[in-house]
Design a protein around this ligand. Structure first.
Ligand code: TRP
Length: 339
C-alpha cells in the first residue's frame, strides 16, 4: 500500500498509555511521563490505564497492596494534572474484553516475537523465579491494551520501544490475516526528558527509596535532598567543584532551575563561591516552585478517596464502552462465533 492510500484508512488519533501500580510515583515519573501526558490530554482523546494485570506478571503472589497502589497512582496522576474531564482514567482489570483480546492476539503471535523482546529478557533476568507463561505474554497483553482503545499514539520511554514494535507487528498481522483495517499500527511518542538519577546517584527506583515522591511534602523533600550526591571529589567546602562530576544536584538544576540559575550554579561551583549545601537549598526552591502546588494537591486529594472511586467508576465505564465496540469488530473480523 502506498503511503497515501494508507492514510485514507487511518483512524483518528488516539493516545493510549499505562503504568503498572507498583507504588507511589517520584519526580522521575513526573518529569519523564506525567508532564507529557498532561500536555497530550489537551490535544487528543487520551486513555490512561492502570495496568494491574501487568503488575501480576512479576508478583502474582503479592496482591495485598494492589488496591492501595491503584488508589495511590490515581492520586499521583490527578495531582500532576491529569484531568478526568479530558482523559479517561481506568483500571485494566475492570475491562475483561482486554483479556479476551489478549487471548485472541496470542493466537497470531509467534513465540519468537516475544522470546526475543529485550525488555522482556531484562524483566525475566531480574526475577528470581523461572519465567511464567503470563510474563511471556507481557507485550501481547500490552498490545491488547493499546488496540482495545484503538490507540495509535503511545507515549512511552525508550525501554518500551521493543514492546511497541511487537504491537505494530501484531496489528499488521491481524489486519493482514483478517483482510481488514481493524487496527492502526500504534506509534511510539518518545519523551525526550533527561533521566533523573536517584538522590544517591543510583537509578531512581521505588525499591531503593532514593527519589523525591509526588506524595512528599516540602519538609520531606528537603530531608531527602539534603543527602543528595554532588561532586564526590569536593570533600570540603573550599575545594572548587566540577558540575560535570556532580552526580545529582547539578543535573537536577538542569531540569528544574532557570537558565540563569543553572549558569550561576556552574560558575559558583567552579570557583567554590558556593557550597554544596547552599546549592541544594537553591535547588529546593526550584523544585518546590514547580512541585509545591502539586504536592499540596496530592495531600488534599488523599483526604477524600471517594473522588478517586468516582473517577475510576466513570473512567472504567467509558473505557468499557469503547472496548465493547472494539471486541465486537474483532470477533466479526475473525469470523468468530457470536451468540
Ligand atoms: N509496560 C508499561 C510500563 O511498564 C506499562 C503499560 C501497560 C503500558 N500497558 C501499556 C504502556 C499500554 C503503554 C501502553 O511502563
Amino acid at each position: 500500500m502506498t503511503k497515501m492510500t494508507q492514510d485514507v484508512f487511518q483512524h483518528p488519533k488516539t493516545v493510549m498509555s499505562g503504568m503498572r501500580p507498583t507504588g507511589k510515583l517520584h519526580l522521575g515519573h513526573y518529569v519523564g511521563v506525567l508532564k507529557n501526558w498532561v500536555q497530550l490530554q489537551n490535544d487528543y482523546p487520551c486513555y490512561f490505564m492502570i495496568a494491574d494485570w501487568h503488575a501480576l506478571t512479576t508478583k502474582a503472589t503479592q496482591t495485598d497492596a494492589l488496591r492501595d497502589d491503584i488508589h495511590e497512582i490515581v492520586l499521583d496522576w490527578l495531582a500532576a494534572g491529569i484531568d478526568p474531564a479530558k482523559a479517561t482514567i481506568y483500571v485494566q482489570s475492570a475491562i475483561p474484553e482486554i483479556a479476551e483480546l489478549h487471548l485472541l492476539l496470542s493466537m497470531i503471535t509467534p513465540n519468537k516475537w516475544v522470546e526475543t523482546d529485550p525488555t522482556l529478557k531484562d524483566m525475566v533476568q531480574m526475577m528470581s523465579e523461572e519465567l511464567n507463561y503470563g510474563l511471556l505474554g507481557y507485550p501481547v497483553l500490552q498490545t491488547a491494551d493499546i488496540l482495545m482503545m484503538q490507540g495509535n499514539l503511545v507515549p512511552v520511554g525508550k525501554d518500551q520501544l521493543a514492546h511497541l514494535e511487537i504491537s505494530r507487528d501484531i496489528a499488521r498481522r491481524f489486519n493482514h490475516i483478517t483482510q481488514t483495517h481493524t487496527f492502526d499500527e500504534p506509534r511510539p511518542l518518545l519523551t525526550h526528558t533527561p533521566l533523573l538519577m536517584g538522590l544517591d546517584g543510583r537509578k531512581m527506583g521505588k525499591s531503593y527509596g532514593n527519589g523525591i515522591l509526588i506524595s512528599d511534602t516540602e519538609e520531606t523533600t528537603w530531608k531527602q535532598l539534603k543527602g543528595a550526591v554532588t561532586d564526590r571529589a569536593r570533600t570540603t567546602r573550599d575545594i572548587p567543584g566540577q558540575v560535570s562530576q556532580c552526580e545529582v544536584v547539578y543535573p537536577y538544576h538542569q531540569v528544574f532551575s532557570s537558565q540563569a540559575v543553572i549558569d550561576k550554579t556552574a560558575e559558583e561551583c567552579h570557583t567554590a563561591a558556593r557550597g554544596c549545601m547552599d546549592c541544594k537549598k537553591i535547588l529546593l526552591e526550584s523544585i518546590l516552585s514547580e512541585m509545591a502546588p502539586i504536592m499540596a494537591r496530592r495531600q488534599a486529594l488523599a483526604n477524600d478517596l471517594s473522588l478517586v472511586h468516582r473517577i475510576l467508576k466513570d473512567g472504567n465505564e467509558s473505557a468499557r464502552e469503547r472496548a465493547t465496540q472494539t471486541i465486537t469488530t474483532v470477533r466479526r473480523a475473525m469470523k468468530l462465533y457470536q451468540s
